[in-house]
Write a protein that binds this ligand. Sequence first.
Ligand SMILES: *Cc1c(COP(=O)(O)O)cnc(C)c1O
Length: 629
Amino acid sequence: MEKLKRYTAKDAEETYLVPHWAAGFFRVGEDGHLEVTPEGNGGPSASLYEIVTDLRDEGRPLPVMLRFPQILEARVIELNEAFRRAIHKYGYRGSYQGLFPVKVNQRRMVVETIARAGKPYLHGLEAGSKAELALILAQDLHKDALIACNGFKDDDFIRLALMGKKLGKNVVITLEKFAELGRVMRIARELGVEPSIGIRYKLKTKGSGQWEESGGEAAKFGLTTPEIMKTVDLLAEAGMLGTISMLHSHIGSQVTDIRRIKQAVREIAQTYVQLRKLGAPVRYLNLGGGLAVDYDGSKTAFYASANYSLSEYAEDLVYVTKEICDGHGEPHPTLVTESGRAVTAYHSVLVLEVIDTIKPPGEDKVEEPEDVHPVVKDMFDLARSISVKNYREVYHDAFSNKDTLQNLYDLGLISLRDRALAESLFYQIARKTLKFALELDYPADELEDLQKMLADKLVCNFSLFQSLPDSWAIKQLFPIVPLSRLDERPTREATLVDITCDSDGKFDRFIDLHDVRNTLPVHEIRPGEPYYLGVFLTGAYQDVLGMSHNLFGRIGEAHVRVDADGYEIERFVMGEKARRVIEKMGYEEGELAEAVEKLVRSSRLTPAEKGAFMEQYARELVGYTYLED
Ligand SMILES: *Cc1c(COP(=O)(O)O)cnc(C)c1O
């Protein structure tokens, strides 16, 4: 057999598609460690494996979320610079003012970092609820930065927004439905403040991908054209037409196809022109979110990808808007986008530790005993006879033998030992079948079944529902890469399972340039040596959608800065202790401890045992919710 070429860091980059999805923020180092380069290629770098090792040495538990503020800063800058270049390229006479929709990630470090990095660019924040607005009003933004209030509103929400305006902030209230207009007019009059009104326009254009229903006529938010006309007429009658400052639209998140975006821009820019013609002095044209992240690196309109770049997105928005405005002699508006996913996705990496490997049977050699059931004997014959010429027939025969054995077993006609032998042989045959099938042509669905059946299951100390809810809820794909040994050929294929008692708590779909992979290439785990997996591009939506299924709580997070001298853990935020998670369900820590103490007191344990138990219980109440040894 030909000797295999040495496997290098470069090979690992291709195995795990790192350069395809990393946007310059991650790479594989020569030493086989996954590295972060938070200021992009050419900037300083650090080994994620070393960061995690240091955290472990400090006594920090896993799983852990690593956050890189520099990546957030870089993304804010890249977004704004992309628009600056496009504006320059096409001689656009307006500017760009982005908004970060905090619903994408409300974590304090995320919002504060974006606000700071965005200040020179007049980057603002978008609220979808009262609570979000409450935190936004306290942020240190440029005085001209926009604060947009989307979402359905009650009087308090509108009051809070108008107070913000009165305090000198550039707050725009987006009308999501027609009935909000009356409220805004009434409360503005009460407070004696002139509102800035945004109108959310219900686009006819639909997005593409998972959220395509956010646009189109069936959309939940936005005003129809008759409602927009009524709004204009009512405001004109009240002498308040001058309060319309923004036209807003949103075709949904992760729009994978640039053609849909261009179509949406055309539609919203035409509406801008029409509103201007009616005398509404619209200044801001807001295309909302949708700027997609290429999770699988395939650069296609596949739902986990995007067939366009950030520059192309900016150029299309600028160019189409300019063309339409010029055609009607209207001024170029300030362009606004509410890009959330694209700004935050890259900055955080979830680190999981593999705590066990569950391997399918059939890797150990089995000896044929003297007297064995004829069906089992047949399995031995099949296992011996399999070859590249007959493997499909052999596999199908083995498969039907397996069914027969199950029936015989249910009738009590086969011993556990014989059944175990037969099962091992079946897996042996399946393994050889897969090997031949991968070399030759084979029906795809059977191949997929074989791959799934023969994959190792890596048990990882985490909860999918807490840390990667979209992987469960909407089958979102995330790149996953071992943090070390990337200069060694991965010899196993695996799926991942979490530690919740829910069989949905698993990962069995992985990124690929074509469609999805069923398994992830991994290394043989060495006893005594930690094996960490990084789950990448987890910074958008996952933090806040996570839930405490099985009472696994929020995990700890490390904020890490990297410079030429190395890296610094700026801050560690502790994960939730069990007590916190239990109390959220309505229990009182004191009452629980008291009830348990009563139980212990009335028991027959020795005083020493009683003390030890109560101490153990108190420790559990303050312990971390994940496995700790
Ligand atoms: C969710 C949302 C966004 C963010 O979209 P991304 O695709 O994450 O950029 C922007 N605007 C509105 C109105 C939203 O509801």
